[in-house]
Design a protein around this ligand. Sequence first.
Ligand code: BG6
Length: 481
Amino acid sequence: FSILICRSWSVDQLKFPPSFMFGAASAAYQVEGAWNVSDKSPNLWDKLIHDRPELVADGSNGDVACDSYHLWRRDIEMCEELGLNMYRFSISWSRLLPSGYPNYISEDGKNYYSNLIDGLLEKGIEPIVTIFHFDLPQILQDLGGWANPLITDWFADYAEVVFSLYADRVKYWLTINEPMMLCDGGYEELGAPYFDDPDVGRYLCNKHTMIAHAKAYRIYDDLFRDKYHGKISLPTLFFWFKPFTPEDQEVTDLTIDHWEGRYAHPIFSKEGGWPRKLEKLLNDLAKKEGYKQPRLPPFTPEEIQLVRGTYDYYALNHYTTRLVRRVKPGEQPGQWLFYGSSELNTIMDKDPAWGTTAVDWFSVYPPGLREQLHWLNSTYDVKEIIITENGVPSLDPDLVDTQRLEYYRDYLEQVLLAIKDGINVTGYIAWTLMDNFEWLNGYVAKYGLYAVDFSDPNRTRTPRESARYFSAVTKCRTIHP
Ligand code: BG6
């Protein structure tokens, strides 16, 4: 990148504190490729979209993706070019433990992540490692995956291996990425197998992710914390929700609990367990529909204690904001996940005054991030917040990505304002380092600071304008460099 002189700031120009960390994120299945290299076994995504390519917008898959399995050195170079303090990546469970269990650890898998971690540290970049980002070994999916209560031990055993291999060098950990997307997205949207009724699978999965996370956290506490002093959290996907009118505030609060509270309240609230009002509402609904079991599987008092407080910081994945209201007579609820809920009888939508993007569900409302940070700060006892994902999609691969540049500028400004308000936001991680396999959107949606040429066997990466801007922000530590 060309040499940059930071504009001298006026007295009221806000600056990020010297200890503030900038990062960018990726996830194993989305970037690594090498899906069948060495002894790696197939994961859920390998199998799902090899069998059903029609699920993905462009019929593609992550077989090669960005080929980061081979090009990880270039990825580190990009982090350096951006002036990052952190790089967030995930470990592929089926690459490290091909059988799903710790009875056998892949040498190649182990070395791949070890080299990546060492390479980052050599450049002074802190690894922030996600232990699980959606790619369950297929062997475990065949046993019921996240709907099987045994997964809480499968995950804990896997996490213990990961800690024992890398905790000497990794200080920031994330256990399970966006369990809401995993459970509600997986069971409701993708119709994950084993359950005729997606509501059963999705709520079992919900509970099991909470217990699995907590078991991993407790293992770190018992075996690794005294020696390595790392920090652990669970990243939640949290749209910010606002009422259409002041009368819609109550249903908006319920929506926040439904989206976010089911995955945050058990961990981050003082009382623990499910959000009480929502639990009653969903369980009453189940009764009315003739179910014998409550919809949200109850926690035992021991489980509430096990899960409560298992965090060292709050990890927030924020993308966009929605307005919420109840349906009017004669109206149908909006479609779950992004447009409403039939359980809450709601419609969720954008405000026409907000910025639009090429992707229909995604609107741009930067103040939503600051409002949400305030909500988190006053609702939970969080001493530190790291924004572990934030970014905007486009549909064209253009290197001049003005909208993304402005999105980062305007959302980062809200972070600065929140810090000025006294909220302890200590890091900001962009989604994403480079264009990658965006799940059901394949290679159609682009979120990258770097563009990747997927027609080129070398998967050449080229910085976009937003990357140049981001590197100026990290260098000058303010948004108007
Ligand atoms: C987050 C995920 O939900 O959003 C990422 O953690 C994902 O893995 C990103 O790629 C963008 O999502 P999508 O569905 O728009 O591609």
